[in-house]
Design a protein around this ligand. Sequence first.
Ligand code: ADP
Ligand code: MG
Length: 871
Amino acid sequence: SDQEEQILFGNGGKDLNRTDDTDFNYLRKLARQRYLTERERRQMILLEGELRDFEGDIKEVGWEKLAERERREYTIKKEIMDIYRRRKEIEEAEKNGGSGSFLIQDDYVTTEGRIDTKRKHDVLWGKANRGRYGDSNDDDKMKGVSRYTHLKEAKPEKKYEYVFDRSQEVEFTSDGDDDEPELTSEQRELEEKIKAEEARVRSIEETRKSLPVYKYRDELIAAVKKYPILIVVGETGSGKTTQLPQYLYEAGFSGKQKLKIGCTQPRRVAATAVASRVADEVGTRLGDRVGYSVRFDDKTTDNTVIKYMTDGMLLREFMSDPELLSYSVMMVDEAHERSLHTDILLGLLKEVSAERPDFRILISSATMNAEKFSTYFDEAPIFNIPGRRFPVTIHYTLQPEANYLHAATTTVFQIHLSQKGPGGILVFLTGQDEIETMAENLRSTCERLSGQMDREMIVCPIYANLPSEKQQLIFAPTGKNSRKVVLATNIAETSLTIDGISFVIDSGFVKEDRFSPTTGMQSLSVVPCSRAAADQRAGRAGRTGPGKCFRLYTKWAFLHEMPESPAPEILRANLAGVVLQMLSLGITDLIHFDFLDPPSPESLIKALEQLYALGALNEKGELTRVGRKMTDLPCDPMLAKCLVTAGDLGCCRDVVSIVAMLEESGSIEGGRSKKKAADNGPSNGGSSDPSASSGNISAMEKFRSRAKARLGGDHLTLLEIWNQFVDSGFSPQWCRDNNLQYRALNRARSVRNQLEKLCERLALESEEKGLDELDEDDKDRMRVRIMKAIASGFFANAAKLGRSGDSYRTLKKNQTVWIHPSSALFKMKPPPKMVIYNELVLTSKEFMRNCMPISAKWLEEYAPHYYKSTE
Ligand code: ADP
Ligand code: MG
């Protein structure tokens, strides 16, 4: 009854009854119930935790700041919890007093032998004798006071006087709600969720505590407090990336102003995967307290206090917040990789540190290079986290393997069929195409061998462009009867830690962005990885127990063909894009910028020249309007320039398509995996033999003639393919019919979407119609505009037909080059007098890939200063 309620629950109980919010009925019922099952108790424990969090928030932001709804929710939950606590006190008292046997006074038993619950309640809650009992919670009053005597005789030593009968449900738990012990299916579902969630939280907690950094938590926090710059060194998997930002947050580094704790990653996948893991650990939704920011994808809110990001994104943030005032700590992770962006960041952060004494910098690195960072940061202390590593035995091949994809596939099965236990296999390859090809090979071989395999093989690819739902797969634990085979790029070397790996297969190669000073072009090429990288890779096998590493190269190659450590990116990249970004950050004195490894003055000057020629800089070296727009386009300055010009000429839509297709041009054509596997063998360094890639000529010819490739070359052919792909409704069947790779086109599609959005933001205008929607007459005019836009970016790659009539000579360097056999312009009669190319590839000869005929007049129009000087 109401009265009882009030006595038991105080006024809170009344308020509670008045709320219409039925969401809390279930909890309220549990709180009042005398006996809770194990899982019900857990539910209350969850509620308790929730309230604790709530109270923390209130302390931090203040009660007034809470939304009305939040306040109400808090009040109700708090009241429920109070009830529960009082109930527990009662239970405690029972345990202390009665040890399970209960006295039931005669006069409470009715004549039918049942307990008169009404009376029982009255006595229990002091109602019947109100005034005589006083506050039954008050010990002193209870003890030995004569007015208790009539109960004392029955049970003198007890704090509470009870009548208790386990055999009969105690009705007062029911307040008129249904008292069904049966749970609805929804509740059951909820229960199950709670159970699963609890198990997960428990395992996360255990993992966190088992990590090597955990023991050093307090020392680390103290060190960060003491030193503005700290170098942290530890084995991969010791918990640097996931734990350090959390420790600092927990230690209050975020402060009252809720400053962010940032952590940079050289790779996009690492930033997103780690952020989602940490969000899990913290128990928050991704994008709430823990978030990430990578190119084209920002998952942060005003609530975000732990933020993972790519180093490139932080560079962009420097543009708007040069002192990083919204951060209290910045952790530069994977610094040993020496990505170009990281290197620039180090210089910028050093400046921030000089200006903001409160600012904290952590440089975290795998074991190599630590001394160098310390020296660079004026002898900053190095904090070493002792790792744990089990021995890994290394196996080399006896002879060089001609095709590492093939060798890797074979090795996987060798291990899978011969090794007992579910230890996982991690294979290091160089890129997405290889990974996809190998995944296919493994799956098809699995089908054929299924009879011989006593455990299932689970193939998980991981590379930069993999959608994030699929990325998470590599972390999922596998059952006892299966073996995980992870196919990864060098991302799994140090940035991501995958548990349960006992075997590593190392191709010994890596794809690197290299800038060739001779061609002036930057391209991704497959090169031998360094010995340091190979050792990191091997180490992945020894995290959870002794492991084995199979190197698909000879020991001799390891010692003689592989460099000791990877060259910092800044020393091998095309600097123009970096210089552009640095200028937009207001760093004008590039020669004196405090680089960890300064690029040569010559290469800096060359970069400045290139930007000047592209019209991104004026004579004084200041950014121009064009230059500023280019800064906002996250692609190579030459491509960026094409897009900006296209904006001016009103043909952006088509040029965006071409730019997106150019990136994939090498993999669009041709049949399935077989050919690719052969092409990617290490013996030819990753560059394919041009004569092999002729593909299905008739399909290509069709596109070429429709694109008037004679005039528009490979660029307009790519546009034609794209437009037809769009018309097909992005159909895989259409791709198969035309001997095109659906996957490559699909990747182009996603790049194109992203670029298009950026172009819209930069207000790069486009005509209402694209090339494919125009009349014949307008088409020709549009074609010229598109080609001019391309030429405006790539004029430096112009080549003139030589006297012999088959080879060309580059205008800038007078280098002899040939049109690539895969080009639409190959063996064309008569050959175009002048072409520009997208890239040079060196195989048997120096070939120009993706060529477009141009008119010499365009060079005068778009690169007057560039070509004047050489004339
Ligand atoms: P470090 O940065 O020192 O190399 P990490 O902080 O990245 O180490 O990883 C620490 C541990 O966290 C790993 O050993 C792994 O067990 C766990 N972990 C990291 N990321 C994930 C994830 N996405 N899913 C599950 N576990 C993860
Ligand atoms: Mg890490």
